[in-house]
Design a protein around this ligand. Structure first.
Ligand code: ZN
Length: 213
């Protein structure tokens, strides 16, 4: 059994770490954004209810999010990583009552380090391939290696948008961190190191905490 939640500020790499858990240890990687997109695409009831919020870039109400996550967790069984959930104290309290997770991992990164990472990100506007201006630039400046498309800075990675998301993260998620800490289920991993090292540390703290990966 491994019921986990990965938390961290944008740029902390928690999604990458959840992907690695999926590929190396077979845990289902559950992302709320993906759940909504797939429900909207399939035209489910819940997808229809969420469509307006998602398409207008608004936060989906907690009751819809909880409903969707509970259905996904019931289908996922006992081995999963929740990515980007719970986002606030209400969701966290509900989760602990309904489907208790065993451990939450906080990928710790300072705001300034997170900002430096995000503003260095680039993306192909054709195929979605991701780049980093310092560590993983395209071979030809501004041109996608994979498809020849244009490599751009994502709209929502502009400095104002990044500042707002960071502020929102602290306003909402700091409370979740405190709650999980009080319940004794919070583990911390230093995210300010190469991806492989972060992963190695995450596996180590989880195993030390008795999680069977
Ligand atoms: Zn491309």
């Amino acid at each position: 059994m491994a019921r986990l939640a990965f938390m961290g500020i944008q740029g902390s790499g928690k999604g990458t770490q959840a992907d690695l858990m999926q590929h190396k240890h077979g845990l289902a990687h559950i992302t709320v954004g993906d759940l909504f997109r797939s429900n909207i695409r399939r035209g489910t009831d819940i997808g229809e209810q969420a469509r307006d919020y998602v398409e207008n870039g608004l936060l989906v109400p907690d009751n819809l999010v909880l409903h969707l996550v509970e259905k996904a967790l019931a289908a996922a069984g006992d081995r999963y990583v929740l990515d980007g959930f719970p986002r606030n104290q209400f969701q966290a309290e509900h989760l602990l009552e309904a489907i208790p997770i065993e451990k939450a991992v906080l990928f710790v990164l300072s705001d300034s380090d997170a900002r430096a990472r995000i503003t260095a990100r680039r993306m192909c506007n054709n195929c979605g391939a991701t780049y980093h201006i310092q560590f993983h630039p395209p071979k030809v400046d501004g041109v996608c290696d994979r498809c020849g498309g244009e490599v751009i800075c994502r709209d929502d990675d502009n400095p104002e948008a990044v500042s707002k998301r960071m502020k929102d993260f602290h306003t909402q998620t700091d409370n979740v961190v405190r709650l999980f800490d009080e319940r004794g289920i919070l583990l911390r991993v230093d995210a300010n190191q190469p991806v492989e090292n972060v992963y190695r540390d995450a596996v180590r703290v989880l195993r030390d905490a008795g999680i069977k990966l």
